[in-house]
Design a protein around this ligand. Structure first.
Ligand code: F6R
Length: 241
């Protein structure tokens, strides 16, 4: 595991973007797993900046980690809207090459199976870019999710719904289910980039990096992967220094 602790947000974003660029530049048709949430925003801003400076992402294929089930089409907190606003509208990945789980499918289990098959058909992920929830979830794989799980319908924990309520007008509006890539899909990625920022992530980062490997802390399973890069700021790293 490679651990980077950045001195400031600019350095954090540069290291995360450099890690992404190694895969963008190193493969003819790279496949990424991408997160939403607050954590990746400085990374996405840096990738947009690099695109404006001449970097092309036209050969990249992406699969987002997850999507809420049941948010109305075009809802600003849907992850399709999030990705367009923060990344896809500003870089040159053709629309047919980026994928978000279909949270409005009449048959969510079927949508999960189709998403899984699409990632498989693309050859699996070269790089999985991840944030981590306060309970250790990655994607929406909550504590207790099996390590070999594939794309599935996840029930969101109360803790996760409360954490995400900051994006909605009340917790009642936060969907209780989501489609998510499974831990098996994530752990099958050839490389993993785990990112965290802020003091509120210090406890879970200590558990993930220094605690036992257990499905009760899904992020801790990443320690079993052979090629993981971790990018933290000093606040998120406070518990491990
Ligand atoms: C989002 C995702 C989640 C987030 C996690 C941290 O696609 O997969 O696992 O990475 O909930 O969220 P933030 O970054 O908002 O703290």
């Amino acid at each position: 595991m490679k651990l980077h602790i950045a001195r400031d947000i600019a350095e954090w974003a540069r290291i995360a973007a450099d890690t992404v660029m190694e895969t963008v530049a190193g493969k003819p048709r790279p496949v990424f797993i991408l997160p939403t949430g607050s954590t990746p925003l400085p990374l996405y801003a840096e990738l947009v900046r690099r695109h404006a400076a001449g970097v092309s992402f036209a050969h990249v294929t992406t699969f987002n980690l997850d999507e809420y089930i049941g948010l109305p089409a075009g809802h600003p907190e849907g992850y399709r809207a999030f990705m367009k606003k923060n990344l896809f509208d500003h870089i040159d990945i053709p629309e047919g090459q980026w994928h978000i789980p279909d949270g409005l499918a009449a048959d969510p289990d079927g949508a999960a199976a189709r998403y899984d098959a699409a990632l498989e058909a693309a050859g699996g992920a070269d790089l999985a870019v991840l944030g981590v929830g306060h309970n250790g979830h990655i994607g929406f794989n909550e504590p207790g999710t099996p390590a070999n799980s594939r794309t599935h319908v996840a029930e969101l924990s109360e803790k996760t719904r409360r954490a995400n309520a900051r994006f909605f007008s009340s917790i009642d509006e936060v969907p209780s289910r989501a489609l998510t890539l499974g831990l098996g899909n994530i752990l099958s990625a050839r490389r993993i980039l785990l990112m965290a920022r802020g003091a509120d992530k210090a406890d879970i980062i200590r558990e993930v990096l220094r605690g036992p490997v257990t499905t009760l802390v899904p992020g801790s399973l990443l320690k079993q992967h052979a090629d993981v890069t971790v990018v933290l700021d000093e606040a998120a790293a406070a518990g491990i220094q």
